[in-house]
Design a protein. Structure first.
Length: 149
């Protein structure tokens, strides 16, 4: 499982002109599922998102996590995070899980993060979404449950 994590001061996702998820301060997370992903990968990503210390404390040091600052997560399914663009000019998406399998893991990931005490807003799995955000920092982190980077 891969995730692109952006610290934001505002983010929203729309489908067909309707807002389906929105947050103020928090994390905008684009998550992509691999065909080999399991509950172990979900647990890794959820733990990282829950405890990633990328919010400033009183001394302006990145020492606080999303729950400590009472922020939220906007989770957007994005099979493109599994893209491989090492060869040629057209990325391959063969590393992205398909359909019901990917949707189930995406939903379990959102549910597990909610169960960990973090408010989670969601995009719509498989939909064409418009995502807007104001990146705070900017601060972007790449996560990979297989630790390829």
């Amino acid at each position: 499982m891969r995730a692109v994590v952006q610290r934001v001061s505002d983010a929203a996702v729309e489908v067909d002109g309707h807002t389906v998820g929105a947050i103020g301060d928090g994390l905008l997370v684009y998550v992509g599922i691999h065909p080999d992903d399991s509950d172990t990968d979900t647990a890794y990503i959820v733990d990282k998102l829950r405890h990633l210390r990328i919010f400033a404390d009183g001394d302006d040091k990145l020492n606080l996590d999303v729950q400590q600052v009472k922020a939220a997560v906007l989770m957007v399914s994005a099979f493109t995070t599994q893209a491989d663009a090492r060869k040629g000019r057209r990325p391959s998406f063969d590393g992205a899980a398909k359909g019901d399998f990917a949707k189930a893991i995406y939903e379990r990931t959102c549910d597990a993060l909610t169960a960990a005490g973090v408010p989670v807003e969601r995009g719509v799995f498989g939909a064409t979404m418009s995502v807007r955000s104001i990146n705070a920092g900017p601060l972007c982190i790449l996560l990979d449950s297989n630790k390829r980077f």
